[in-house]
Ligand binder design. Structure first.
Ligand SMILES: Nc1ncnc2c1ncn2[C@@H]1O[C@H](COP(=O)(O)OP(=O)(O)O)[C@@H](O)[C@H]1O
Ligand SMILES: [Mg+2]
Length: 517
């Protein structure tokens, strides 16, 4: 499994496990609390209570109606309450469990309570006037439910009462809030039923809500996990790609060093590593090139010497026989011999240069005064056709160097300067201290550096001279590098060139030149 997939799964798990736990807990709690709303038996009890109250009411109403009808029949026609009838009614009330019988008489405007009969031994409370309910009850045949505390049936008393009829009510006293209570039971049951439906609906609703929430959270977690995993693995993927490119030889490959500190540090190390690899490869290539050039030089020198040695011997033999040449030809022969000796000398020097370049010896370092080395080298060139002027350094310039190699380097630079200068010109040699370095400057008033060779001055075999080997500056550079120094050749202001050879100075602090332990 890839790192990215692992990170992705880890982040996802991290986000989803708590969500899942929370969901399970919430759903469980929700289920329990909904369950609590619906305690088993509550609806049965409510139903039973409703049933009981309805039945009781129905029976009371039936009794009231039956008695009211009986008494209405008994009291008509015209026969209102005679003492005997009143006694009978009292007994009837007691027997039927009713609390009162009321007679109403209607005058021109409304019903008026005419008399109330109560069971025997009952103290008469303040009579309850039901006149206002009477019309309704008579018309509809319904029982009077008076909020003032009575349940009563009404009946018309038939008879020839003319325009002023009689009616009666029979019923019982109830607590004033009796009907409200009964209604409340009915309403409670209805509410409880509706509540059951509501509960089922809300269970579904909450379930759906939780599912939607979980789905949303999952989607968010998926997106976040993908992003996070991708952003965390991106630098690693970049590094992987860069490593592949490096493995394929692209040592110039670099990675970004931004992002989290550890990854940035990794990127920096990677970049340092590739930079070092590149430097090593360049150095190796350079070393290989130099080795190849040296091999060429070695062979050339060998071939040259193979030819030059017998030539030099032959020339020597010819020279010895010169006196035997007839007088008239002797001068011409001597001229030719001199020319040949001159050419041979040139070629021998060339071969010597090749050979020197091919066998650059390991330096033997010793403490030397660069100013003195420069002065000695200049002295060798004094008898030439140019004047060499040495500007004193004003004190020794101690360097750690191989005497032979160092003077060979200065000598080569001087040679080039003299070769570049016209007859009778002056070449100046200056030794000076520069920061941590000791420097020899060789200044001439020659032609200056030829543009076509400017970029290849220090390459072997790069020369603008007809008989040039092109090995002089290459040798100087190698020697300078062996000594931890450097060499440059630039145009001089006002014409000519300046060659500068710098080596680390021994009396300069903090610099450790080669060959010093
Ligand atoms: N002092 C100088 N002034 C102008 N050109 C120079 C000078 N020194 C070197 N050069 C140029 O650098 C080339 C390479 O020099 P070098 O390596 O010594 O080889 P060679 O002297 O055999 O040509 C020369 O051919 C010349 O063109
Ligand atoms: Mg040269």
């Amino acid at each position: 499994m890839t790192l990215r997939a692992r990170l992705f799964l880890a982040f996802l798990a991290l986000a989803l496990v708590p969500t899942a736990l929370l969901t399970a807990f919430t759903l469980d709690r929700l289920g329990r609390s909904l369950q609590l709303w619906n305690t088993p038996g509550v609806d049965q009890s409510l139903d039973a209570a409703l049933e009981v109250s309805k039945t009781a009411m129905a029976r009371l109403e039936a009794t009231a109606h039956a008695q009211a009808a009986d008494w209405a029949m008994a009291l008509s026609p015209g026969g209102l309450l005679t003492p005997a009838r009143r006694t009978a009614v009292r007994a009837g009330l007691r027997a039927s469990g009713l609390d009162f019988l009321q007679l109403y008489h209607r005058d021109s405007t409304r019903w008026r309570l005419a008399e109330e009969v109560l069971p025997e031994d009952v103290l008469a409370p303040h009579p309850l006037d039901l006149a206002s309910d009477l019309d309704d009850a008579l018309a509809s045949g319904r029982t009077i439910h008076s909020a003032r505390g009575a349940l009563a049936a009404a009946a018309r008393i038939e008879g020839d009462h003319g325009r002023h009829p009689w009616a009666l009510t029979a019923g019982m006293r109830v607590p004033p809030d009796f009907f409200t209570r009964v209604d409340q039971v009915g309403r409670g049951v209805g509410f409880y039923r509706r509540f059951g439906v509501l509960r089922d609906v809300s269970r579904t609703y909450w379930g759906l809500l939780v599912v939607a929430l979980v789905l949303t959270l999952t989607a968010v977690a998926l997106v976040a996990a993908t992003r996070l995993a991708r952003s965390m693995t991106r630098p690693l993927r970049e590094l992987e790609g860069a490593l592949e490119r490096v493995a394929a030889g692209e040592l110039e490959t670099r990675v970004a060093t931004t992002g989290p500190r550890e990854l940035a540090a990794l990127g920096e190390r990677f970049n340092t590593m590739t930079a070092r690899l590149l430097a090593a490869r360049t150095a190796l290539a350079e070393a290989e090139r130099q080795a190849a050039w040296r091999e060429v030089a070695r062979r050339l020198a060998h071939e040259f010497k193979n030819i030059l040695t017998p030539m030099s011997l032959s020339l020597h033999r010819l020279r010895r026989r010169e006196p035997q040449v007839p007088d008239e030809h002797r001068a011409a022969v001597a001229d030719s011999l001199a020319a040949m000796e001159q050419a041979l000398g040139d070629l021998t020097r060339l071969a010597e240069q090749f050979s020197q370049y091919a066998r650059l010896p390991e330096p033997r370092f010793e403490r030397l005064d660069l100013a003195e080395v420069a002065r000695d080298a200049a002295r060798l060139h004094e008898p030439e056709r140019v004047t060499v002027v040495v500007t004193p350094a004003g004190g020794p310039l101690p360097v750690s160097a191989d005497r032979l190699l160092l003077s060979r380097a200065v000598h080569n630079l001087l040679l080039n300067a003299c070769e570049a200068s016209p007859d009778g010109a002056t070449v100046e040699v200056r030794a000076l201290r520069e920061g941590h370095d000791a420097t020899v400057e060789i200044l001439d008033r020659g032609s200056g550096v030829a543009p076509e060779i400017r970029d290849r001055l220090f390459e072997p075999y790069a020369s603008t001279k007809a008989r040039g080997s092109g090995l002089g500056l290459s040798l100087v550079r190698d020697i300078a590098e062996q000594h931890g120094g450097r060499v440059t050749l630039t145009d001089r202001l006002g014409g000519g060139a300046i060659a500068r050879l710098s080596l680390p100075r021994l009396d300069a602090a903090a610099v450790r030149p080669p060959g010093t332990a």
